[in-house]
Design a protein around this ligand. Structure first.
Ligand code: ATP
Ligand code: MG
Length: 153
């Protein structure tokens, strides 16, 4: 169905902002308008990424959520300034049940499913999801999806 993309983004951000007083989620949202896609699932992806940004930045307060139109696509990025991800783990974090090993496993409980599910959803929407990160500096997760889907489902 068609839905207002920014309304979905703002709703997700507002819900998650309430879960952490410590973090400041900064909105950098270009007006995108109506989008034909699966609203619930996209909102789940945005929620997963922001939840991770909060969870994996115990010291840093700032989280930046960006959205923009890039040609035929919508680009969404969630950036944090937290623990970051080592280069060797970068390409594995989207795998099912994958969690970066070390102290982190006790400090931050989880199943290692959020990113796997997110990447499955984005694939289904005909898009891409990726990450850039520096250990100890922070991470930036982005996805892009076509603004108008070619095939219905
Ligand atoms: P859950 O299933 O509850 O989401 P999870 O957060 O461990 O558990 P994913 O969201 O799939 O699982 O993330 C996989 C792994 O990638 C995490 O365990 C963590 O090691 C790493 N990771 C994900 N997001 C970040 C981030 N923003 N900063 C640093 N590491 C991250
Ligand atoms: Mg997670």
């Amino acid at each position: 169905t068609y839905f207002d993309f920014n309304e979905m983004m703002r709703f997700a951000i507002e819900e998650l902002q309430r879960t952490s007083e410590k973090h400041q989620i900064k909105e950098d949202l270009q007006e995108i308008g109506l989008v034909f896609a699966d609203k619930e699932r996209l909102s789940q992806v945005v929620t997963n990424l922001i939840t991770n940004a909060i969870k994996y930045s115990p010291e840093a307060q700032q989280i930046i959520v960006h959205s923009s139109i890039e040609g035929e696509n919508i680009l969404v990025c969630v950036e944090d300034f937290g623990i970051g991800i080592a280069e060797d783990d970068l390409n594995k974090v989207f795998e099912q049940f994958y969690r970066v090993s070390g102290n982190m496993q006790h400090t931050f409980p989880g199943l290692g499913l959020g990113l796997f599910i997110s990447s499955e959803i984005i694939k289904r929407e005909g898009g891409k999801i990726w990450v850039s990160s520096k250990e100890g500096k922070g991470s930036k997760f982005c996805f892009s999806i076509p603004r108008a889907r070619a095939n219905d489902y």
